[in-house]
Design a binder for this molecule. Structure first.
Ligand SMILES: Cc1cc2nc3c(=O)[nH]c(=O)nc-3n(C[C@H](O)[C@H](O)[C@H](O)COP(=O)(O)OP(=O)(O)OC[C@H]3O[C@@H](n4cnc5c(N)ncnc54)[C@H](O)[C@@H]3O)c2cc1C
Length: 158
């Protein structure tokens, strides 16, 4: 396979590298972001934001439990954990869409599902999961980014 040339390759698509990638790509540089698992890294997928989303649900439950204290009478309530989880999942999914939109708009290429490693100075080798090779090739023709994922499904539910 012929190596591709980029002005900048980001290994790992966390918050800082993603913003840098969009900025440089927006300035006309050819930029690739390689992430083996997440669109946007840990923060929007499994760390800062999902945790605050769930903590917010817990806070609401706490307020309702203490409603009398605030002069509000309630007969009781139940917590539907699947509803809590679905709300969090929707937030993560919306954030992923927003990130992908930014990739599209700036022209930075996201190689999602790829594991990168340096094999020489300024040379990164990206290994893609076998099941994704066809999908990557197909998307490469249609989009400015390569979204190495099963179309229409999320192989990494959180
Ligand atoms: C539960 C929890 C709550 C948190 N809450 C907060 C908070 O409220 N405020 C705050 O400031 N911080 C918070 N943090 C910390 C914050 O999430 C991290 O500091 C931040 O996400 C780190 O960003 P990063 O870009 O360095 O790494 P990451 O976001 O982890 O990005 C690294 C990415 O690199 C990819 N990767 C790694 N190696 C390779 C490879 N060889 N090839 C391809 N891809 C690779 C990984 O898949 C990952 O997506 C929280 C963390 C946790 C766990």
């Amino acid at each position: 396979m012929q190596p591709e040339e980029f002005d900048l390759v980001m290994l790992g698509g966390g918050t800082g590298s993603t913003v840098a990638a969009w900025t440089f790509a927006g300035e006309g540089k050819r930029v690739a972001v390689v992430d083996r698992k997440y669109i946007g890294g840990s923060c929007p997928n499994i760390a800062c934001l999902p945790s605050k989303n769930i903590i917010h649900s817990a806070k609401i439950a706490s307020y309702i439990r203490r409603s009398k204290e605030f002069g509000i009478s309630l007969d009781g309530f139940t917590i539907d954990m699947s509803g809590v989880r679905d709300r969090k999942r929707k937030m993560v999914s919306d954030l992923n869409d927003m990130y992908l939109e930014n990739y599209r708009n700036t022209g930075a290429i996201l190689i999602l599902g790829g594991t990168g490693r340096f094999i020489a100075p300024k040379t990164v080798e990206v290994t893609l999961p076998e099941w994704d090779q066809a999908s990557v090739a197909r998307h490469q023709r249609d989009h400015k980014y390569r979204y190495a994922s099963h179309p229409g499904s999320n192989p990494w539910p959180c």
